[in-house]
Design a protein around this ligand. Structure first.
Ligand code: NAP
Length: 313
């Protein structure tokens, strides 16, 4: 069994769920955060170490990495996917250069036996380097740093991850609960393989000690390929609601998002609209073959945390 595990980004959606599962499994865990007291408050009751570190500050990382055997990196810039270049909250600065700093600190620390990195669906060598794809460039930069570090690694490229505490699928749940219709950007035909957070967490934890997962890259999505329209219909069905889906053209939403850029944390931007409507399918075969864990269908996963609204549609 591996020694101490540090979760960078352990206060976020995926990182906090991993931290909580590892704590329940009685593993020795620490969370790295820019604001460790806030992270401790967010994970109330999870008695683990909370250490300060910022992937933009290499010095803060070497201190946090003392005695660490496994790093799980779940860092991404605040208010993702809406970049804020003025504050340095961009794919390049945080996901790309930040991960490179963390990898370098892991290499220097000496005792790190496994670096687990959460990349993203669609990341691969040889993609056309389009201006609107900074996420692929940054994740590829991060993956290269991990692979070339000399530290044993496992990279996951997850599809869209959802669960009780996500900030993306839950928007549609809120729309379905509170609005007369559910708005969807584009025609809703773009396909996704929604991945239940608890499945991802089991895969990541299995990879910590698995010799088979050493120096491997796994694409990982849910067991079904669904269009956005099918996903929204599944949410409505789980909630016991019968509402219309209203499609807003992408160009219109991009235009509508422009004035939002004056807000402190804009909910959308033209680039973020490209990100959330892209279709990037993954191939689960290698992850399934090596780690042999089941994947949960969307309707079954939603039923574990969404309850039908009393009084019907
Ligand atoms: N969610 C998805 O659907 C999805 C899909 C595919 C891949 N992924 C990947 O999975 C990872 C985790 O995603 P998530 O949705 O859990 O993200 P999230 O909820 O936005 O959490 C991001 C984390 O990054 C940390 N962070 C931000 N800036 C930092 C900095 N300068 N130094 C150190 N930590 C910093 C934040 O911690 P503090 O604020 O406490 O510092 C926070 O815990 C990301 O790499 C993402 O690209 C996510």
């Amino acid at each position: 069994m591996a020694g101490k595990i540090l979760i960078a980004g352990g206060s976020g959606f995926i990182g906090s769920t991993i931290a909580s599962a590892l704590w329940k499994a009685e593993r020795d865990v620490a969370v790295l955060s820019r604001h460790p007291n806030d992270a401790r408050a967010r994970l109330a009751g999870i008695e683990i170490d909370y250490v300060r570190g910022d992937v933009r500050e290499p010095k803060s990382l070497s201190k946090a990495l003392k005695g660490i055997e496994t790093i799980i990196s779940c860092v991404q810039f605040p208010n993702h996917p809406v970049e804020n270049p003025r504050k340095g909250y961009t794919y390049e600065k945080i996901d790309g250069e930040g991960t490179r700093n963390l990898v370098e600190a892991a290499r220097e620390a000496g005792g790190v036996k496994r670096f687990i990195y959460l990349s993203g669906a669609g990341v691969r060598q040889g993609r056309p380097r389009l201006a609107h794809e900074p996420w692929f460039r940054a994740k590829l930069m991060a993956e290269h740093a991990v692979i070339e570090s000399g530290v044993a690694y496992t990279i996951f490229r997850p599809s869209w991850v959802y669960g009780r505490d996500d900030r993306s699928l839950n928007r549609f749940v809120d729309f379905a609960r509170t609005m007369p219709f559910v708005p969807v950007i584009g025609d809703g035909d773009n396909r996704v393989q929604p991945l239940f957070i608890m499945d991802l967490v089991r895969y990541v934890i299995a990879a910590i000690d698995s010799p088979r997962a050493r120096n491997r890259i796994y694409e990982l999505g849910g067991p079904e390929t669904l269009s956005m329209n099918e996903i929204v219909r599944t949410i409505l069905k789980t909630l016991g609601k019968d509402k219309r889906i209203v499609h807003h053209p992408k160009w219109f939403m991009k235009l509508a998002s422009l004035p939002m850029q004056a807000l402190k944390a804009p909910p959308l931007s033209p680039q973020a609209i490209e990100f959330i409507t892209m279709e990037e399918l993954v191939d689960n075969r290698e992850a399934l073959a090596d780690l042999e864990l089941p994947l949960t269908r969307l309707a079954d996963a939603l039923a574990t945390y969404l309850t039908p609204v009393p009084g019907g549609p």
